[in-house]
Write a new protein. Structure first.
Length: 425
């Protein structure tokens, strides 16, 4: 009860509008698709008008592009709105910000793509995002104040570390951001009373392996294992299920966009339609936040490859549009001797190995020279499996790429998000 009261008090002080948003989300949870889309259109008109009137950047950008919010008559009219990129958010940061008078919080992105962004998020948008999380947790019968383990980093300066530990304690949370075996075992011992674990999926996987290999006591009360920020590889699930009794479920979002999609207990990724509009343009996600007024995010190219589902049917009964795949971060190009290829190719190579040959691999690929790749694989492959991998590589690259293979590698993230492809070119 102590942590429940602390959570309620903290929410009341920081996010006074959260309870209103949560009430709304619990009602809209069962809306049919047509009603959800009607709501999206209403909010789209509202946010585009607001951005046009209150943001110097959007006013100028839309005027130069011959777009006016009055042209939005249906969701299909989204295509009339020009797309923005992260470089725009950084370069024109002050101009994008509106003269918003209400309560705001400073937010920032991780900078894992090489570009860090800082912006102000208004209280209502922040509260809406937190309400979305709370609603999604309820799908798993979890309240946010329950005991939880967190796989996440923090500022390692002495005072920042003390501050982080203090606020973690208030949130009934304990964390680890180290592959040191002693620290990980200490973390595992704390999991006996935890209801859920969340954070970097690569670290969740490593802890699951440690539990299984060392025959450590398996946590019995875990109701949800949630991976964020990194791609969840198929190869992770067997170890995680064995250790925690549940596979890693996916939460997809970004600091600047808010929560985009969340996996339900039936294993489907439901788009947060009340909070965002998601488009798939040439395999890339274009996202519009429907609530943030202090720093509007409208038709934003986030930098991920995705695949939207053609239908929204799910056994859980929700009608929200489904996200089939977050296929990976749009990264550096892959250079052959003669050609250039998107890094998305690796997603299809390893997806084919999993789907056609039941070969689920944990991998990382690096390139230091054109025409040459290094495949680092955690598993030990036999000659037949190596042949299958080689055939898939040839299928996509032909003779334009040669690769060497290292097996039995430990694929870990270090002090940043795990990247499946790293280019030094």
């Amino acid at each position: 009860m102590f942590y429940k009261h602390i959570y309620k008090l903290g929410s009341f002080i920081r996010n006074p509008s959260k309870s209103k948003h949560l009430d709304f989300l619990q009602k809209s949870n069962d809306w049919p698709l047509t009603k959800l889309q009607q709501y999206q259109l209403l909010k789209l008109k509202e946010i585009t008008n607001y951005a046009f009137e209150k943001s110097n950047y959007y006013n100028n950008y839309y005027t130069k592009s011959n777009f006016h919010p009055s042209q939005i008559l249906s969701l299909d009219d989204l295509k009339k709105i020009p797309i923005i990129k992260k470089e725009d958010l950084i370069k024109y940061n002050s101009q994008i910000h509106t003269v918003f008078k209400g309560k705001k919080f400073l937010a920032s992105t991780s900078g894992s793509s090489g570009q860090s962004l800082k912006f102000f998020r208004d209280e209502s948008a922040d509260s809406f995002n937190r309400a979305v999380l709370e609603k999604n947790y309820l799908w798993y019968l979890i309240n946010p104040w329950e005991r939880n383990g967190y796989f996440w980093g923090f500022n390692f300066s002495f005072f920042e570390k003390i501050k982080t530990i203090f606020f973690d304690s208030l949130q009934n949370r304990f964390r680890v951001f180290s592959y040191d075996k002693v620290k990980l075992i200490k973390f595992v011992n704390k999991l006996s009373k935890a209801s859920y674990v969340h954070g970097y999926s690569s670290m969740i996987y490593q802890v699951a392996k440690l539990i299984n290999e060392k025959r450590l006591p398996k946590p019995k009360k875990i109701k949800m294992v949630k991976g964020t920020s990194e791609k969840i590889y198929e190869s992770y699930h067997d170890e995680v299920i064995k250790a925690f009794g549940s596979k890693i479920i996916s939460e997809y979002g970004a600091a600047e966009s808010g929560i985009i999609a969340f996996e339900c207990p039936e294993g489907k990724m439901h788009v947060n339609m009340e909070g965002v509009i998601v488009e798939e343009v040439e395999n890339e996600i274009i996202v519009t936040n429907l609530h943030m007024k202090s720093f509007p995010i409208i038709r934003y190219k986030l930098g991920d490859y995705i695949e939207l589902s053609s239908n929204s049917s799910c056994k859980c009964g929700r009608s929200h549009i489904l996200l089939n795949e977050v296929t990976g971060r749009i990264g550096s190009n892959v250079y052959g001797y003669n050609g250039i290829y998107p890094s998305l190719v690796f997603y299809y190579i390893f997806k084919n190995l999993s789907n056609k040959h039941f070969l689920k691999l944990n991998y990382q690929i690096t390139q230091k020279k054109k025409g040459n790749l290094l495949f680092r694989i955690e598993e030990i492959l036999n000659q037949n499996q190596i042949k299958k991998l080689n055939n898939e590589v040839i299928k996509y690259f032909g003779s334009d790429i040669e690769f060497s293979l290292q097996m039995g590698c430990e694929i870990i993230s270090g002090n940043e998000k795990l990247k499946s492809f790293i280019s030094y070119i």
